[in-house]
Design a protein around this ligand. Structure first.
Ligand code: PMP
Length: 537
């Protein structure tokens, strides 16, 4: 037997992948939008970081105030772990978030906050909460129906008779046959799994639950048997959403008794109003089956695709009618990245739930939160859901300071994100116009920008063809930009020909110039179909 290779223990396969794409470098220091790696002479080589921790560094790496606070907290021996005690700082973060949400959405809330460690975890907390709420409402409905059956039984004993519809359902039997038929129909319907909805192109995490909501089949399919699969509806198509919701609509049957012999049910045919004791009829109640619709206002990993205000307005209307809560995943688009605190608020979206993570931790801590509107809040959730590190003092105090920084000077940082983003977008639009043969599109909002490269599956270069077919063209482009232009750029996770540009608000004009220069050189190389140079180091 061959000896087991023990040279690589920490994700060794990933390392070989990085090596083959020229991305196996170690960064030793980070500041602002710069990551430093060691040169051959041992000195530091700066790399302009446009990946920004996949969107986690809206304030840049090691924002001086955030890092200073972290040092203070450690020096003061602030208890990081004191679970099941009071957490006034968590209350402060929740209050701050509520003020911001109120200002941006107009909804006074309040939204109750449940903290977590990562985006995927907070998404799952929101979905779990939505399912608790849905399940409780379904159980309450079944209890009301049981009461209605008991009431009808008493009424029949007192002389009430069955309506035509009720007699049909009882198949000619008596009241107990009717009650059994109602019970059987309801059991089968209530046992159907809940319906979770998400959009094509969406990304919501990679844990067992959240990966079901992440559209990309490559990461989702191997795990689909582990949880209730979600139904994907095409992003941008409100009619498709309405059709899916209509298809998933189910009702439970209940019984009504009308004293006057005039049924309140769906079918009162055949009743005789003169009969005393009333009429027992069958009524339908909408079964709460829709757990939630989960969406990103700007799809990040799907290739940086903003959803339009018109579409989201329709989504909101359809979901309100169907009583389907909307979970707004602002893990990547939130925290001011697109020029407002929430990307959704700029397009009039109001969520029943909000999910924040990434930049909430100021680029330093692992902090995430889900917020649920009080009208749907289930207090018992707080006893059912927890995580050891969630809401710890360190991450929550860092989150509080991060919010302070974002909100300072009347939201100067939001304006800066919009202004920097506009500048980058304009420059990249110029690149697109000059290289229409290799750039499909440049899009985004604020500091959430994507540059989509044309697929090279039919390239005259065998290297480019192969990279494209292996779905790694974007990664190879990243390797080239790193070595030739000291630029760190990555494709979005589910749309790998789209390069993500997500720097911090601190990016300078000179750095934007550097980014443009590198991207233009990349386009030149693709135009020349020069696959070899793309891979040369
Ligand atoms: N939701 C969105 C919109 C995301 O972009 C991401 C991460 N890219 C996640 C959820 C998952 O976050 P995490 O990696 O912190 O679990």
């Amino acid at each position: 037997m061959d000896p087991v290779d023990t040279t690589g223990l920490a994700e060794p396969f990933l390392r070989t992948q990085l090596e083959s794409l020229g991305l196996a470098v170690e960064y030793v220091r980070a500041e602002g939008d710069t990551l430093y790696r060691r040169g051959d002479d041992g000195g530091e080589l700066p790399v302009l970081d446009l990946v920004g921790g996949f969107g986690a560094t809206i304030l840049g790496h090691h924002h001086p105030e955030v890092t200073a606070l972290a040092k203070e907290l450690l020096a003061a021996q602030v208890p990081v772990h004191a679970q099941f005690s009071l957490h006034p700082y968590a209350e402060a973060v929740a209050r701050r978030l509520n003020d911001i949400l109120h200002r941006e959405t107009g909804d006074p809330g309040p939204y109750r906050a449940v903290f977590a460690n990562s985006g995927a975890e907070a998404v799952e907390a929101a979905v779990k909460h939505a399912e608790l709420d849905r399940g409780s409402k379904a159980a309450a409905l079944r209890a009301r129906i049981d009461e209605s059956v008991a009431r009808a039984r008493r009424a029949v004993r007192d002389g009430a008779r069955l309506s035509e519809t009720a007699r049909r359902l009882a198949e000619g039997g008596d009241f107990e046959a009717l009650a059994a038929a109602v019970g059987d129909a309801n059991r089968a319907r209530a046992e159907e799994p809940p319906v979770l909805l998400a959009l094509t192109g969406g990304f919501h995490g990679k844990l067992v639950g959240s990966v079901q909501l992440t559209h990309n089949p490559v990461v989702r399919e191997p795990f689909r048997a582990l949880a209730t699969p979600c139904r994907f509806v095409p992003a941008g198509d409100p009619e498709a959403l309405a059709a899916v919701i209509a298809e998933e609509r189910r009702t439970l049957l209940g019984l009504s008794v009308s004293d006057l012999g005039v049924s309140s049910g769906t079918d009162s045919g055949g009743t005789d109003p003169s009969v005393s004791g009333g009429v027992v009829d069958v009524v339908e109640h909408r079964l709460p089956r829709l757990c939630a619709l989960v969406l990103e206002p700007v799809q990040g990993e799907g290739g940086v695709r903003p959803l339009t205000a018109g579409y989201l307005r329709e989504v909101q209307r359809i979901c309100a009618e169907a009583d389907c809560p909307i979970v707004v995943d602002e893990v990547q688009s939130g925290m001011g990245r697109t020029g407002t605190f929430l990307a959704g608020s700029a397009v009039g979206l109001r969520g029943d739930y909000y999910v924040l993570a990434k930049s909430l931790g100021g680029g330093l801590a692992k902090a995430a939160v889900m917020l649920v509107h009080h009208s749907r809040h289930r207090p018992e959730f707080e006893l059912l859901h927890s995580s050891t590190y969630a809401k710890d003092a360190f991450s929550t105090l860092i989150a509080a300071r991060t919010l302070d920084l974002l909100e300072a000077d009347g939201g100067a940082l939001y304006r800066r994100a919009a202004e920097r983003g506009e500048r980058i977008l304009t420059r990249l639009a110029g690149v697109r116009d000059d290289f229409k043969d290799v750039v499909v599109d440049v899009r985004g909002r604020g500091l959430m920008i994507g540059l989509e490269l044309r697929d090279q599956a039919d390239s005259s270069s065998p290297v480019l063809r192969e990279l494209s077919r292996a779905d790694v063209l974007g990664y190879a482009a990243a390797g080239y930009l790193l070595h030739a232009h000291a630029l760190r750029v990555f494709p979005t996770a589910s749309a790998t020909t789209t390069l993500r540009i997500e720097p911090s608000v601190r990016i300078t004009d000179a750095q934007i110039d550097q980014a443009e220069t590198g991207l233009r050189a990349l386009c030149e190389l693709l135009r020349a179909q020069d696959g070899e140079r793309l891979l040369s180091r």
